[in-house]
Design a protein around this ligand. Structure first.
Ligand SMILES: Nc1ncnc2c1ncn2[C@@H]1O[C@H](COP(=O)(O)OP(=O)(O)OP(=O)(O)O)[C@@H](O)[C@H]1O
Length: 272
């Protein structure tokens, strides 16, 4: 099987393609989250309304404690909202699901599995036969440029390499939505830039909806089609920005006037 075949085609060959593969629309209506601790209750999210379109790359940015991770965890089904509605392709989200892949800042690979086995983990759980699994891992090893590390274990990889494998592992499950919580936060500046370019490349190929969290305004602008700025106490949406930059993002886009103007505006908003 050609490494250039899309994952959808790969799955179609084994008769396992969900009919709604191209979807991935999230609707959030009046979402609330209150944490009850011993003697007080704390509102982490208040009245969040947000629609994330199919194939959209949307980033949430905001000060520490404004509820970014809480929101992502609720979308992932790892935490429960205390009010409001949340759907993926019109189906209520009631818990974790394979159609939502997650990548966190911490390296969450299985240390006892090789790079290839980590990538094949989800497809194996789904019962996809060995040969097809091999096709999937070959394809992703190529995309993340780690073919020569297929038999390596996570401890033998750099931080950037581990995050590339984490992204491949999440995508090998053919998710409709990729949820990313500061995935490049622990990487050095140069590796971070390389990872951003790789992620955009993967996103363009896979057509997955991406919900991304970062503290890094440059990263948010470089990657996103839309940026949601949140404020704290209580966590809420302050403003949304369409990123009016060319679809094809190259390194020098950071010098683009529209890039700098948007950065200026977001910095100003966050300072207040
Ligand atoms: N399990 C919990 N119990 C009580 N409070 C919590 C819990 N989890 C989070 N919080 C509180 O909810 C608020 C939002 O936390 P969250 O981790 O979502 O913020 P964040 O914007 O992702 O922050 P950061 O950028 O620092 O990661 C914080 O004030 C935090 O202390």
């Amino acid at each position: 099987m050609s490494a250039e075949l899309s994952l959808r085609e790969t799955y179609t060959e084994v008769g396992d393609a969900p009919s709604t593969y191209t979807n991935g629309q999230i609707e959030i209506r009046g979402l609330h989250k209150t944490y009850e601790t011993k003697n007080k209750s704390f509102t982490a999210l208040e009245n969040i309304d947000l629609n994330i379109k199919e194939n959209e790359f949307l980033t949430i940015i905001g000060p520490s404690g404004c509820g970014k991770s809480t929101l992502l965890r609720i979308v992932a089904g790892l935490d429960e909202a205390t009010g409001g509605e949340l759907t993926l392709d019109n189906e209520p989200i009631v818990g974790p699901g394979a159609e939502r892949g997650m990548v966190f800042q911490g390296y969450t690979l299985f240390p006892w599995l090789t790079v290839r086995e980590n990538i094949e983990y989800g497809p194996k759980l789904k019962g996809i036969p060995t040969l097809e699994r091999r096709g999937i891992s070959n394809r992703f090893l190529k995309i993340i440029r780690l073919e020569s590390f297929a038999k390596s274990y996570p401890k033998e990889l750099s931080g950037g390499m581990k995050q590339r494998v984490a992204i491949a592992r999440a995508l090998a499950n053919q998710p409709k939505v990729l949820l990313m919580d500061e995935p490049f936060g622990a990487l050095d500046a140069q590796t971070k830039l390389e990872m951003q370019e790789m992620l955009l490349d993967v996103w363009e190929r896979e057509k997955t909806t991406v919900l991304f969290i970062t503290h890094d305004i440059d990263e948010a602008i470089f990657l996103s089609q839309r940026i949601v700025v949140m404020g704290a106490n209580p966590g809420r949406i302050l403003k949304q920005f369409e990123v009016k930059l060319p679809e094809k993002r190259t390194a020098n886009i950071r010098e683009h006037r529209a890039f700098l103007e948007l950065k200026h505006e977001i910095v100003g908003l966050l300072q207040h």
